[in-house]
Design a protein around this ligand. Structure first.
Ligand SMILES: N[C@@H](CCC(=O)N[C@@H](CS)C(=O)NCC(=O)O)C(=O)O
Length: 196
């Protein structure tokens, strides 16, 4: 299998961490592609032009990190707990990723066409989602599941793109969750590149 990724993409990072955690490294070849370069290999696999994209050996391609994550888990024999609470946390974590990436897109527009309205709206959504996740994560048994991983990837992306954010303040459970993931080799092997 080939996993087309970008090293700055948090959606890609989630899949890359899972490949390592699930012991699938030997079966998955990572191919780096910057989505905004419109690389023909990426466009042939994913008409949406987005990463990540998993291309199976028969050429079938799976887009969407959540779908890829489910597929990888199944390939590894479904070792991680998966229930509706995990799915709920994963959905919230994915929403948090969507908002942080959307805020980033707004911030890198030329100054004259940035929208304070959209930046503010994204920021308020991000803070509400983080508060909800802080309440939910306190009751978790293990960080090794798709919901907590999605949250950790989103929080790490916050640190990468918004180092000035004070998201840890008053959120000890989320702080511990990210620390637990950051101590793992899978996370250490997949950091976003400095200065990108
Ligand atoms: N919902 C998708 C989002 C993927 C996504 O937006 N990836 C970004 C990189 S972080 C991308 O490829 N953007 C290129 C574009 O939107 O044209 C997923 O979960 O995989």
């Amino acid at each position: 299998m080939k996993l087309i990724i970008s090293t700055t993409s948090p959606y890609s990072r989630k899949c890359r961490v899972m490949v390592r955690e699930l012991g699938l490294d030997g079966q998955v070849e990572e191919i780096e592609s910057h989505p905004f370069d419109d690389d023909p290999e990426l466009l042939a696999a994913n008409p949406l032009g987005r990463v990540p994209c998993l291309v199976l050996d028969d050429g079938q391609a799976y887009t969407e990190s959540a779908l890829i994550a489910d597929y990888l888990c199944e390939q590894a024999g479904d070792p991680w707990p998966r229930d509706w609470n995990d799915r709920r946390l994963e959905a919230l974590g994915n929403g948090l990723l969507d908002l942080t990436v959307a805020r980033r897109v707004e911030m890198v527009r030329d100054e004259g066409i940035q929208s304070d309205y959209w930046i503010g709206r994204r920021e308020r959504g991000i803070m509400r989602a983080i508060d909800e996740l802080e309440m939910a994560v306190g009751a978790l048994d293990t960080p090794l599941a798709q919901g907590p991983l999605t949250m950790a990837v989103a929080l790490s992306y916050m640190d990468f793109r918004y180092p000035e954010s004070q998201w840890r303040a008053g959120r000890p459970h989320l702080k511990s969750l990210l620390e637990a993931w950051e101590a793992r080799p899978s996370f250490k092997a997949t950091p976003p590149p400095v200065g990108a």
